[in-house]
Design a protein around this ligand. Structure first.
Ligand SMILES: Cc1cc2nc3c(=O)[nH]c(=O)nc-3n(C[C@H](O)[C@H](O)[C@H](O)COP(=O)(O)OP(=O)(O)OC[C@H]3O[C@@H](n4cnc5c(N)ncnc54)[C@H](O)[C@@H]3O)c2cc1C
Length: 446
């Protein structure tokens, strides 16, 4: 059997490795439109900030390794333009030679990821305006910072989601004056307002200017960007990063008769199959089943891309395995704070007309009497009538990640607030209080 995989990063290569490890006598061709394989996009903000010394460090496996060690026909600069699902052929362009190619498949995986959204703002092609998604994007930003085109002092970030927030920290670390513009009234929109206010406080402590509830209209400059124009004025700037979200790369799917769903992502079942026979999809270009919402959703994250890719690969070689869905867990760093969340926020639950209640407390990450205990804010969101846990948000300096993972595990197993209190969690003074902060919060619920 001949497998073709479109896209050579997290989802695509997770699938390829499962095919290699779990079958014999098959051949795999990977068509990647860029020049890199298997790299951690999640590390790119820290390459720009200088914590990670170069983009080479985030590459897990190279094209050569896939070719020589695993026998995969891994190609670069091969962009797929269309799929003929009847003839089972993909067509595209080899950008190294300018030639077109047609390749036949028995089974196909679409793992094309997502692309940053850039609204049709006037002046968006001026130099000094960037998005961050790939290694070339990172290199371009580094060149602009260090190759002396301009003296970069003022950086404007449009969008206060996780990429915007992580990049704000990294630009501050580089000594830049940072402004974040968001059309919403808060940063970190996946958190409820009272938790997001902790992020606002930290941003202000770090001298980041926040322009919330402000809408970008365009950019002003000769050849380089000089001002961001908003509905409230003009902001002087030397560099702009647009981080207002991503959209799935599914342009050629419709033509091939592949059904798309939430936010235009390819609709997949739990085996990562699309509606078209022998075509699978996984990662940022596909939907994910949300266990709490009990419906498909679109939450493009590396964790899901790796899992979905692995499951696609197994099913492509007839080894049945299903994707069990997501609960909406994520964690990010913002200076000394860790921001963790899982499940539904209160406003999300309200939007879904779920009878919702919540409890929020402040607690210490370790025994209060032990040196260097840190404060954290914990919010639990639960069903008003059944007390079933719906979500959790934690922000603090230390120990946030482990509590969020306990909450995410509890959500995965549909636990109630009362069952959280019963959990046998680890305790010794340097690691926790006798009642873990999430249990302290759960105990407040009557
Ligand atoms: C700055 C940043 C920080 C992030 N931080 C985190 C984090 O902390 N935690 C987390 O879980 N996730 C994070 N993510 C998200 C995570 O990186 C993505 O979810 C993950 O990379 C998705 O993997 P994928 O394989 O589905 O798609 P991608 O990694 O986007 O790979 C898709 C590949 O397909 C190729 N391709 C697209 N179209 C075609 C075509 N027509 N023909 C051939 N090839 C094509 C692309 O060139 C690309 O290489 C971050 C992302 C970014 C950008």
């Amino acid at each position: 059997m001949h497998f073709i995989i479109i896209g050579g990063d997290a989802a695509g290569m997770s699938a390829a490795m499962q095919i290699v490890r779990n079958s014999t006598g098959h051949s795999i061709t990977v068509l990647e439109k860029g020049g890199n394989y298997s790299y951690g996009q999640c590390g790119l903000p820290y390459v720009i900030g200088g914590k990670i010394e170069s983009t080479n460090k985030v590459i897990a496996r190279t094209q050569k390794e896939f070719q020589e060690k695993y026998g995969i026909d891994a190609r670069v600069f091969h962009e797929v333009k269309s799929i003929d699902a009847t003839q089972k052929v993909v067509t595209g362009v080899n950008h190294s030679t300018g030639e077109t190619f047609d390749l036949a498949y028995d089974r196909l995986l679409i793992a094309t990821g997502a692309s940053p959204v850039v609204p049709n703002w006037e002046g968006k092609t001026l130099q000094g305006i960037f998005t961050l998604k790939t290694i070339p994007d990172t290199e371009e930003i580094l060149d602009y910072l260090y190759k002396g085109y301009r003296d970069i002092k003022d950086v404007t970030i449009i969008g206060g989601g996780y990429i915007g927030i992580e990049m704000a920290e990294n630009f501050v670390e580089l000594g830049k004056n940072v402004t974040i513009i968001d059309r919403n009234e808060q940063l970190a929109g996946i958190f409820d307002r009272e938790l997001a206010d902790l992020v606002h406080d930290e941003a202000m402590k770090q001298n980041i200017k926040l322009r919330l509830g402000e809408t970008v209209e365009g950019f002003i400059g000769e050849s380089f960007v000089e001002y961001v124009k908003t509905d409230k004025g003009e902001i002087k700037t030397d560099l702009v990063l647009i981080a207002v979200g991503v959209k799935p790369n599914t342009e050629f799917s419709k033509e091939a008769g592949i059904v798309t769903g939430v936010k235009g992502a390819i609709q997949v079942n739990s085996c990562m199959q699309t509606n078209v026979k022998d075509i699978f999809a996984a990662g940022d270009c596909a939907t994910q089943f949300h266990r709490i919402k009990e419906r498909d959703d679109y939450i493009p994250l590396g964790t899901h891309a790796n899992k979905q890719g692995q499951i696609a690969g197994l099913n492509m070689v007839n080894l049945h395995k299903t994707f069990k869905g997501v609960v909406g867990t994520s964690v990010m760093k913002f200076f000394d704070l860790t921001l963790g969340r899982t499940g539904l926020s209160e406003k999300e639950a309200e939007g879904l007309n779920i009878p919702v209640a919540s409890v929020a407390i402040q607690a210490r990450d370790i025994a209060g009497y032990y040196p260097d205990a840190k404060k954290m804010t914990v919010k639990l969101v639960y069903h008003k009538e059944t007390h079933k846990l719906l979500g959790g948000q934690i922000i603090g300096e230390r120990g946030v990640d482990k509590r969020i993972d306990v909450l995410s595990t509890s959500l995965f197993h549909s636990m109630t607030i009362e069952e959280l209190v019963d959990l046998d969690l680890a305790y010794a003074p340097p690691y926790n209080g006798v009642w873990d902060p999430i249990q302290q919060a759960a105990r407040r619920v009557k």
